[in-house]
Design a protein around this ligand. Structure first.
Ligand code: URA
Length: 205
């Protein structure tokens, strides 16, 4: 992802490509940065939190277990993933070792803020009509509001800088919530959000 220097930002804070990004320390423990994927000008953008273990290894967003669930939700909502630009609020995998496994760690606000540099460029160049934010980190990043909560934001479409934003649960929550009822509720919410987004992009205005 090549970029123009931003005025008023220190030169080492203006990486030319995502792979060269050192705006926070997450690059040190990651295999690679994971850019967004999808059509250059998709009307629908779906934003997750950060790459997981598989995404970090493969260099593509949502290709692990959360991605399989997202694919199922896309299919059920009647949305073709190939038409959607899929990305993450944070582009490097944040993790801590547990035995031989790399366990996901939630990114800190300063890491989300550092990665706005890339989100801003993606949103400006893809120019989606609708953004679906999967989980609280994605929502905070898309709205640039650290205090926003998922619960307060899910009931309605949020108009933000000329785009419609729809908030829903992260697929990992729908996979890992302790009880089956909560997992099903979260999955249904994701399907509904994608269906709603699909209707909005189909609407002429
Ligand atoms: N979780 C995310 O938020 N993004 C991915 O790409 C994979 C898992």
């Amino acid at each position: 992802m090549a970029t123009k220097p931003a005025p008023g930002v220190e030169p080492d804070q203006q990486p030319a490509t995502l792979d060269q990004c050192r705006r926070c320390g997450l690059w040190k423990d990651a295999t690679q940065a994971v850019p967004g994927a999808g059509p250059k000008h998709a009307p629908l953008m779906v934003v997750g939190e950060q790459p997981g273990d598989q995404e970090d290894l493969q260099g593509r967003p949502f290709v692990g277990p959360a991605g399989a669930m997202l694919d199922r939700a896309f299919a059920e909502a009647g949305v073709e993933r190939k038409d959607v630009y899929v990305t993450n609020a944070v582009k490097h995998f944040k993790w801590a070792p547990r035995g031989t496994r790399r366990m996901h760690k939630t990114p800190a606000q300063r890491e989300i803020d550092a990665c706005h540099y890339w989100m801003d460029r993606e949103v400006a160049s893809v120019a989606p009509k609708v953004i679906v934010a999967l989980g609280a980190t994605a929502l905070k990043s898309v709205l640039r509001k650290s205090g926003v909560t998922l619960q307060a934001s899910m009931a309605h479409v949020i108009e933000h800088e000329g785009r419609s934003v729809i908030a829903t649960y992260h697929p990992s929550f729908a996979l890992r919530a302790p009880d089956a009822g909560t997992r099903e509720m979260a999955y249904r919410s994701i399907v509904d959000a994608l269906r709603h987004a699909h209707r909005l992009i189909g609407r002429k205005d």
